[in-house]
Design a protein around this ligand. Structure first.
Ligand code: T3D
Length: 260
């Protein structure tokens, strides 16, 4: 069905794999289109309750395919290229009201660093690395890398990383708060799979609304956020999973969340 990604749904978890391993899964226009298509399917299908984003073989992704990039010259502005492709993918992950795990199996560079940071939490192999590669080719950050990094590490560190393009190993990324966990390569599949299953069995609407409120809180003051939280809680309060959670607590049994 797709040429540049793999897409698989099993046990309520959708796995999207960036799949151009001979080019370190470098990003193309076609890959962006396929990612947007897959994101829409994940949003639409109630049977999908968690999404995992990863790369095939040794890399997560080397960012924009620089050969394709050269061919684009003169055809569209870079800004339009970003708007049509990367922006839709990044916003797609942020607006998907289901948990998205970044399974960072290898290097994540340039725009692919933006994709990794657009996930909700990141589990990395200790072979993974993070390269804000934009500056290496004389570009400024895009794909949300400036926004995400500044949120995660603060402005001074974000500037240092983006202006030097330094390659961070997984342990350093963990220390800086860029990722959630580092595991041995042999444990990456099982760690992510267990987490994905746990999230997929959770109250999906409540998790989605949590994501919505966190997205909104950035850039708003406390008073506005309190009001928005109240509006969101009205929605969460009316879900079946909320009723089930309360009933299970009172009946002293584990909850059976349905995602509704
Ligand atoms: O509108 C727009 O699109 C602008 C948006 C731009 C967003 C961006 O993503 S800008 C950043 C683009 N990416 C880069 O500049 C990264 C370039 N690659 C690297 O710096 C390194 O390859 C890595 C740090 C990612 C990995 O290093 P390493 O040592 O593990 O692998 P390698 O030996 O450098 O690369 C392996 C092969 O992949 C090699 O090909 P070969 O020699 O085996 O035939 C290399 O040329 C190829 N490759 C790596 N990155 C890319 C790539 N081919 C095309 N595009 C790439 N980005």
């Amino acid at each position: 069905m797709y040429d540049h990604i793999l897409f698989d749904i099993a046990d309520s978890v959708a796995t999207i794999t960036l799949n151009r391993p001979d080019k370190l899964n470098a990003l193309t226009i076609e890959m962006s289109q396929e990612l947007v298509h897959a994101q829409k399917q994940c949003a639409r299908e109630s049977g999908v309750r968690c999404i995992v984003l990863t790369g095939a073989e040794r890399a997560f992704s080397a960012g924009q395919d620089l050969q394709e990039f050269q061919m684009l010259e003169g055809r569209a502005t870079v800004g339009d290229h970003l708007r049509r492709g990367y922006h839709r993918v990044v916003m797609g992950f942020r607006q998907l009201e289901k948990p998205v795990i970044g399974k960072i199996n290898g290097v994540a560079a340039g725009a692919a660093l933006g994709y990794a940071l657009a996930t909700d939490l990141r589990i990395a192999s200790d072979k993974a690395s993070f390269v804000p590669a934009f500056i290496g080719i004389g570009l400024a950050p895009d794909s949300g890398a400036s926004w995400f990094l500044q949120q995660l590490v603060g402005p001074a560190k974000a500037f240092e990383l983006l202006a030097t393009g330094v390659r961070l190993d997984a342990q350093e990324a963990l220390r800086l708060g860029i990722i959630n966990q580092v595991v041995a390569p042999k444990d990456l599949d099982s760690t992510v799979s267990e987490l994905a299953q746990r999230l997929a069995m959770g109250p999906t609407r409540g998790i989605g609304l949590t994501k919505r409120v966190l997205n909104k809180a950035v850039g708003h003051n406390l008073a506005d956020t309190l009001e928005y939280e109240a509006q969101i809680q009205d929605i969460a309060f009316n879900t079946g999973d909320h009723k089930e959670g309360v009933a299970a607590f009172l009946e002293k049994r584990p909850p059976q969340f349905s995602g509704r």
